[in-house]
Ligand binder design. Structure first.
Ligand code: ADP
Ligand code: ZN
Ligand code: ZN
Length: 721
């Protein structure tokens, strides 16, 4: 037989099928060792066939198969083909997505342990061998035990008994259990009529994709779990994607309680071995629900019954490594392959998803109320310009201070949120709230300190740094933000007895640290949690009755067409942490721009209003009407990178020239950050419409090959730096 093999080398020169002779038991999807060039390589069998065009004397033989069961199933192979076609990257890179990294590098293997049990009696043991006697007793009581444990407890007696044939040892494979420490908690609720309606609609719609738009605390999780359980009953599997499961202990224990070992939870806190074992349990079918962040969309489950993407709007769903896939795209491919439903859930759907629901492509399902009709917390907009005028320089308005005081007095907890993103980049008039914007793009400009100028990250336009406010003439121009550290300092002065936790990228090393802080707060070891974006994620802290948003403006003018959307999402999500249990919650939203429409919609939880406003601004210019495509040319050798840019740009220009009407914008420029980690960065920026030759753009970029420069494509990148 002949195997068609892709070698596991991510280079366009070897990105093709190589034929090898193999024996007829070899199956497609198996990893194999093959002779390659003058050495050896690992490869993936894509197909097995009867004959080859390669003359028999030139045909090399496969060395060996790396595993008995193919690592990749039929669906993976089919999907890989489609992904490669879509993103035009080497097949090896695509196939790697489907395997745990640990498997490819061979650094972890299967774990196994030895177990001891008694042989069939009768046997004689000298009454003086006390240890041997007690070991035998122990095994009589326990049937079997781990040999390491027995050696520890009974010393040399174990070996003596094994030698006499009284104790038998068997080596067995075990799975490392990453959740030893997680107690399963959480009850299965009786669905509310609204939840039940949602489940029924999603199960019965003939549309593949359903968008579950439910306010914070409306019980979306219960809907997902019910959908998943329904599919498991039918013998199917499920994929449940969440942005940051390692940060939400409640979610972990809930899943553990509900599905036990049927769930494989893949998260960043796992060790390499644990991740590998979870993957294997899914591949073998002993686990049937894959839960995790975006990479879990590649989980090796078969016969998928439902795919859920929770917090669908979250930025973590687009990959920042090649291939730069979008999780939704992959999930949709899988849903189509398996003829199953894809459920997107959010309190603040992305404008793109909502538009597709409005256009009738997705089924729209709403949960407009919180569980038990608990009211959404009231949002109070506070004008910080007035505070400045009143001579209050502190990061807290008078209103917020009063609310904090009464929250603490009543023994409840508070969260204070600071928007660090975009902070100290955007230029703002401290007196009137004026924000410097680009003349051509209606996005805020970014201050570049090294050149002391303002730039537009969308069209590359440059502007002089402002000396005074063009709107009111004030000289109080600033890019001043307030760090979490300062906030904590001020809080300590104001509330000396309050216990305060701070959470941001500086205070916490890695996810572990975040988890610890959140756990402490959940256990009520602190009264106030001060933090940046991470405190906004889906936490459910029942005692939180006050949320303070200190600087709502800071993401409003982030230089990104999505800044309005991001702000709306953030405010809604953070506000949603308040008043989730019995007591009514409050939200204080501080801003220099209280008349801003995005903030006004957010304060009223008016998603539809926000959507109408936003879609009108974007019409004909930005996603979802147009796609932003950025071709990055990045290299440490400036000359080579520039030459590469010119060459790639030339080829792209030829594509552009054929159909200029499909391009709303097309130009080459420095990337906003010209150099990162010693590498020079150039880009060709495009805004394209439907039907633009995206595949040709990808093809040009993946064919580009330089010594020290890489070229890649980004679609609607979440970060344009
Ligand atoms: P969301 O994900 O929509 O923000 P959650 O799924 O976190 O909301 O649910 C909010 C709260 O309501 C949780 O504490 C959850 O345990 C509870 N809950 C969910 N469904 C029900 C139900 N049917 N009956 C009672 N409580 C429920
Ligand atoms: Zn001004
Ligand atoms: Zn511009």
């Amino acid at each position: 037989m002949i195997a068609e093999v892709i070698v596991d080398i991510a280079h366009s020169d070897v990105d093709k099928i190589f034929d090898y002779a193999c024996d007829d038991r070899l199956q497609a999807g198996t990893r194999v060792a093959v002779p390659f060039g003058r050495g050896a390589a690992t490869g993936f069998v894509m197909r097995v066939k009867e004959s080859s065009d390669v003359p028999p004397e030139k045909l090399k033989k496969i060395y060996r198969a790396e595993e008995e069961e193919p690592a990749l199933n039929a669906e993976c192979l089919c999907l890989a083909e489609k992904i490669k076609n879509r993103y035009r990257c080497p097949m090896a890179l695509v196939l790697r997505l489907f395997l745990p990294a640990e498997m490819r590098t061979g650094r972890v293997g299967e774990a196994s342990r030895s177990f001891a049990r008694l042989a069939e009696g009768p046997f004689e043991i000298s009454p003086r061998a006390k240890q041997q006697l007690s070991l035998v007793d122990f095994l009589r009581d326990n049937r079997e035990a781990d040999t390491a444990f027995l050696r520890n407890r009974f010393g040399g007696a174990l070996k003596a008994l094994i030698d006499k044939g009284i104790v038998l040892v068997e080596r067995r494979r075990v799975f490392r259990d990453p959740y030893r420490g997680v107690a399963g908690e959480g009850t299965e609720h009786t669905l509310t009529p609204a939840q039940e309606g949602a489940v029924r609609t999603i199960e019965s719609t003939d549309k593949t994709v359903a968008l579950l738009h439910g306010v914070t605390g409306s019980g979306k999780t219960e809907v997902y779990l019910r959908l998943i359980a329904g599919q498991l009953e039918k013998g199917k599997t499920a994929i449940f994607l969440v942005p940051e499961i390692s940060l939400t202990p409640q979610m972990l224990s809930q899943l553990r309680a509900r599905f036990g070992s049927l769930a494989a939870i893949l998260h960043s806190g796992l060790s390499a071995g644990e991740r590998f074992d979870e993957w294997r349990r899914l591949r073998e079918g002993s686990a049937r629900i894959a839960i995790g962040a975006r990479s879990a969309v590649f989980a090796p489950v078969e016969n998928v019954g439902v795919i859920v993407i929770d917090e669908e709007h979250d930025g973590s769903y687009s990959s920042e490594n090649a291939p730069r896939y979008n999780t939704f795209d992959i999930a949709l491919l899988r849903a189509n392959y398996n003829h199953c439903k894809l459920v997107l859930g959010s309190a603040t759907p992305s404008v793109e998803a909502y538009k597709r629901a409005m256009d009738g492509e997705f089924e729209l399902v709403r949960l407009p109320e919180r569980i038990n009709r608990r009211p959404l917390p009231e949002v109070e907009l506070v004008d910080m310009r007035r505070e400045v005028r009143r001579g209050n320089p502190s990061p807290f308005s008078v209103v917020l201070r009063e609310r904090l005081r009464s929250c603490l007095d009543s023994g409840n907890q508070a969260i204070l949120f600071l928007n660090r993103r975009g902070y100290s980049q955007t230029v703002l008039c401290r007196d009137c709230g004026y924000v410097a914007k680009c003349e051509h793009c209606d996005v805020a400009l970014t201050y570049h300190s090294e050149e002391n100028c303002l730039k537009c990250h969308y069209c590359g336009a440059r502007y002089h740094m402002l000396e005074g406010c063009p709107s009111c003439g004030s000289v109080h121009i600033g890019y001043v933000g307030t760090g979490t550290q300062r906030v904590v300092g001020e809080l300590k002065k104001l509330y000396p007895s309050a216990r305060i936790l701070r959470m941001d990228n500086d205070t916490t090393s890695g996810k572990e640290g975040h988890y610890k802080i959140l756990k402490q707060f959940a256990d009520r070891q602190a009264d106030i949690l001060v933090g940046t974006q991470m405190v906004a994620k889906g936490h459910d802290f029942p005692s939180v009755t006050l949320v303070g948003i200190l600087d709502a403006d800071m993401s409003l003018h982030f230089p990104d067409y999505r800044s309005g959307e991001r702000t709306f999402q953030l405010v809604t999500q953070v506000a949603g942490r308040s008043g989730r249990a019995q007591e009514r919650g409050e939200v204080v939203l501080q801003t220099y721009e209280p008349e801003n429409s995005i903030l006004r919609f957010a304060a009223k939880y008016d998603y539809e209003g926000f959507y109408e406003h936003e879609i009108a601004i974007r019409a004909g210019m930005f996603p979802p009407y147009a796609k932003i495509v950025r071709v990055m040319v990045v290299g440490e050798d400036e000359k080579e990178a520039l030459a590469a840019l010119r060459e790639v740009f030339g080829k792209l220009e030829a594509v552009y020239a054929k159909q200029p009407e499909k391009f709303l914008f097309f130009n080459k420029m420095h990337s906003p950050i010209k150099r990162i980690k010693e590498k020079f960065r150039y880009q060709v920026l495009m805004r394209i419409t439907d039907g633009a030759p995206l595949r040709e753009i990808y093809a040009i970029c993946s064919a580009a090959s330089y010594k020290k420069t890489i070229v890649y494509v980004e679609e609607n990148p979440s970060n344009l730096s």
